[in-house]
Design a protein around this ligand. Structure first.
Ligand code: MCA
Ligand code: AMP
Length: 507
């Protein structure tokens, strides 16, 4: 039987099961054969728990090889993988489980007691998955059951259009939307990135990204899998570990904060990076200054690319050829990209700014349970409206100049102001609020709440109630009080004026 994504990703690995798939800093190796056997066992456990093709398996666990095995197991069992940011609070998890109604929810053993009632309410079977090397209760129920399970689980038949994953992305209306990604969406993008970036079985990718988003899970992991390469798998981005492991790597993928942090460290120099084949950056704009500074220090030109949860990767600077700072390069093979006027939706001339729209095998199937939102974000001819503003320069490079959507990107994580404003506006003593992003030396943009209060309030009066409701990265780094918010003649809050007024807040 054929499982489009599983077999596509594992083709090289299954042919060479002894080859390493992932190496941990402590030297522990997971081979492709291990990955195959363990994902089979996990798939068998999922099936025993009642998972049938089309079901969702939601997962909020610390980064580990087992979590990747669970991703492949879910695909193998014919279900859709739904990874959740480990920073999400129980209140946020409640929303996702209620909306997605997964058959199974897997969490960390330490979160089990808190999340059990939420899983029960959503009708999900709760299992736990602990850190590698842990034993007993800390290892979790999933691993314990897997030990007794069959390692010959036959991958469930799934075609290119079947659902492989749902990734939630916050929305400008404040409610998160589940982007439905098919087997073909994920496999085609991994294959095109392997070709574009020349990944082979000799590649060793330094993996320091989280694995609950597109970048760390699909761009980094799937591309390595289709190439039959291997990962140096780090728990998180930490400068000491990155510099210790860099000599063994051939390539690294990061968000701009990785590169600005590396630039603050004297260990970054030509010698430390001379053996590296490729550094890529994405998820947020890489400042041209960072690109230039990195090249001056190392001789390496970072390759910037552009994507979205809904579309996977859309464009990339060339592997061979000029990697132009401040641009995201050219549309990937098979992806069409056009720039249209915001009002009339008609293509604009090259060099003019408009909204970026894309179409291709990489573009998702729609939002889970939200047909109206899906319809609103697609044109009749199948182009997806990204909400990013861009232009095409004289040489065909795509330049992202801003966003038509109200979005802040902090350290590569997306923060939708509406979600935070809705909570702040409900707090006692608050008249209204506007959440903005302003330049931040470490995170690129820092989240700031601008609040109009009825009475004198302290920052803590606004920040404290957010702790239980919002993941840490969404919580404003500062709250500023003003007498009124600037508005245009239509009554719309002029966030650009606020951004200008507070542009130096973190400098
Ligand atoms: C951590 N904090 C943050 C962030 N990360 N605050 C705002 N934005 C963040 N991104 C908080 C911590 O909770 C802590 O708060 C304080 O900031 C300092 O934490 P620190 O130890 O410096 O953070 P860290 O653990 O080192 O994390 C920073 C990081 C991480 C390494 C940049 O955020 C990260 O791995 N980002 C990658 C995100 C990513 O993978 N995005 C891809 C999305 P306190 O001190 O108060 O406790 S996929 C995507 O966008 C698409 C589709 C694409 O194109 O790729
Ligand atoms: P996400 O919600 O995580 O899917 O984030 C997608 C958004 O990240 C895009 O719509 C862009 O606004 C932004 N993004 C991703 N890569 C880049 C890049 N290289 N430059 C600028 N913005 C980017």
């Amino acid at each position: 039987m054929t499982n489009h994504l599983f077999h596509g990703l594992m083709q090289k690995g299954l042919a060479a099961p002894e080859r390493p798939f992932a190496v941990l800093p402590d030297g522990a190796v997971t081979s492709y054969g291990d990955l195959d056997a363990r994902s089979a066992r996990f798939a068998a456990v999922l099936k025993e728990a009642g998972v049938v093709p089309g079901d969702r398996v939601a997962v909020q666990v610390d980064k580990s090889i087992e979590a990747l095995e669970l991703y492949l197991a879910t695909v193998r069992a014919g279900a859709a993988f739904l990874p959740l940011n480990t920073g999400y609070t129980p209140a946020e998890i409640d929303y996702f489980l209620t909306d997605a109604t997964p058959r199974v929810f897997v969490c960390d053993p330490k979160a089990e007691a808190t999340l059990a009632p939420i899983a029960e309410k959503a009708g999900a079977v709760l299992m736990t998955l602990g850190k590698a090397g842990s034993s007993g209760e800390a290892a979790g129920t999933l691993r314990a059951r897997a030990e007794a399970a069959d390692a010959d689980f036959e991958p469930v038949d799934r075609g290119p259009d079947d659902l492989a994953a749902i990734l939630y992305t916050s929305g400008t209306t404040g409610r998160s939307k589940g982007a439905m990604l098919s087997h073909a969406n994920l496999l085609s993008n991994a294959q095109v990135l392997r070709e574009t970036w020349a990944f082979t079985e000799d590649d060793v990718l330094l993996h320091a990204l989280p694995i609950f988003h597109t970048h760390g899970l699909f761009v980094a992991t799937n591309t390595t899998l289709v190439a039959g390469g291997s990962l140096i798998f780090l728990a998180k981005f930490d400068l000491d570990t990155v510099f210790a492991e860099l000599p063994k790597a051939t390539s690294m993928m990061g968000v701009p904060t990785f590169y600005t942090r590396m630039l603050t460290d004297d260990r970054l120099n030509r010698e430390a990076t001379a053996h590296m084949r490729l550094f890529t950056s994405g998820s947020a704009p890489l400042l041209a200054d960072t690109h230039v500074a990195f090249e001056q220090r190392t001789g390496q030109r970072i390759l910037e690319r552009y994507g979205m949860t809904e579309t996977n990767m859309n464009t990339s600077n060339p592997y061979d050829g000029e990697r132009r700072a401040g641009t995201v390069g050219f549309p990937l093979e098979g992806t069409e990209l056009r720039i249209v006027g915001k009002e009339d939706g008609k293509s604009v001339a090259d060099g003019e700014i408009g909204v970026i729209e894309v179409r291709g095998p990489n573009v998702f199937q729609g939002y889970w349970n939200m047909p109206e939102k899906t319809a609103a974000e697609f044109r009749e001819d199948g182009f997806f409206i990204t909400g990013d503003l861009g232009m095409i320069d004289a040489d065909g490079y795509v330049v992202i100049v801003g966003r038509d959507k109200d979005l802040v990107i902090s350290g590569g994580y997306n923060v939708y102001p509406k979600e935070i404003e809705q909570i702040i506006d409900e707090l006692p003593g608050v008249v209204e609020s506007a959440v903005i992003g302003v330049p931040h030396p470490d995170f690129g943009e820092g989240v700031v709440g601008v609040v109009v209060a009825k009475e004198k309030l302290e920052e803590a009066a606004i920040l404290a109630p957010l702790h239980d409701q919002l993941a840490k990265y969404k919580q404003p780094k500062r709250i500023l009080f003003v007498d009124e918010l600037p508005r245009n003649t239509m009554g719309k809050v002029q966030k650009n004026l606020l951004r200008d007024a507070y542009s130096d807040l973190f400098s």
